[in-house]
Design a protein around this ligand. Structure first.
Ligand code: ING
Length: 308
């Protein structure tokens, strides 16, 4: 029994006009709830400190960089790190990272229970586009504002287990889970901001979005015998709806806890990391079952080459 009590701290909408201090205040209130619930770890969404700004077209880099953090922790987030250290709770949250040498990443971090950052991940799969697209009902400019992550999919020995991170669109790609699965990951934590409608297919609404969201998390968890904790930024941001669906999925692919609202909401579950072992020793014992001599196309080829 290696119980890890996780608080999935869903955030409701953050408006473009909201400031980081107010958002951090909301995050601290969720952290207080998590401490009372006996959580060891609290997980917040992708880009947790600001509105989902990639929906807005900007061509002035000064405006773009205003959405980024140059240090972490920093003045805005220091109160959160201090509160976490006092509470003895580890944190994971996403933010827009601007590095000292001028690189822009969609980043998430993991701290230990003293508030020390022990892990960093930079989003690899950037969805959307990099130029203004008049055919879309709204923009999704992650390819414009971020570079693809350059850290791969690392995992860390932390909190008594093997912990990994990914971010939003990463959860739709099986490679994300498998690379961490090959490192023995026992819990993957991720945040997401998922528009409730498809900007290119308006008949695809929240229900279908939630169906694909669950499908990806449950298959990733099951096929790698790992816990998956997925945390939404939810609700309507300046008129643009985001799905909820914050949830915790067990190594069998079963949803064991899920948010009920589109607001700030803490979803708590005690996760036994030993529940990952049976799958890793039997049906998904990679060493015994995988046949890598047949998988070459997966890393040799990016796009489709159909038979002529
Ligand atoms: N958001 C969305 C996501 O992957 C998206 C973008 C939605 C892509 C639906 C494809 C289909 O959940 C982010 N931030 O990646």
């Amino acid at each position: 029994m290696r119980q890890l009590v996780v608080g999935a701290a869903q955030l409701g909408p953050i408006q473009k006009a909201d400031n980081r201090a107010d958002v951090v205040g909301r995050m601290i209130r969720l952290l207080d709830d998590a401490e009372r619930a006996g959580c060891d770890l609290v997980v917040y969404p992708e880009l947790a400190l600001t509105t989902f700004f990639p929906r807005w077209y900007m061509d002035d880099q000064v405006d773009v960089d205003g959405w980024f953090e140059t240090d972490m922790p920093n003045d805005a987030t220091a109160p959160l790190f201090t509160r976490a250290r006092e509470a003895g709770v580890a944190l994971s949250f996403g933010y827009a990272e601007l590095t000292p040498d001028g690189h822009h990443f969609n980043t998430s971090i993991l701290t230990d229970k003293t508030g020390t950052i022990v892990g960093k991940y930079r989003k690899v799969h950037l969805p959307g586009h990099d130029q203004f697209d008049p055919d879309r009902t709204f923009q999704h400019l992650e390819k414009r504002y971020f570079e693809p992550g350059d850290l791969g999919f690392p995992v860390w020995n932390a909190l008594g287990g093997v912990i990994g991170m990914c971010i939003c669109n990463d959860r739709r790609w099986p490679e994300t889970y498998r690379v961490m699965g090959l490192q023995g990951v026992e819990m993957i934590v991720l945040g997401f901001n998922t528009p409730a409608v498809n900007s290119q297919k308006s008949e695809e609404g929240a229900e279908k979005r939630l169906f694909h969201h669950r499908l990806c998390l449950q298959s990733g968890a099951y096929q790698n015998s790992t816990w998956v904790v997925a945390v939404a930024k939810a609700g309507i941001e300046d008129g643009h709806p985001l799905i909820g669906g914050t949830m915790i999925v067990n190594p069998n692919g079963e949803i064991v806890a899920e948010s009920q609202s589109l607001e700030d909401e803490l979803v708590v579950h005690s996760c036994d990391l030993d529940d990952t072992q049976f799958g890793k020793r039997t049906i998904f014992d990679f060493a015994r079952h995988r046949r890598i001599e047949h998988y070459g196309l997966i890393t040799r080829q990016t796009g489709v080459k159909a038979p002529n």
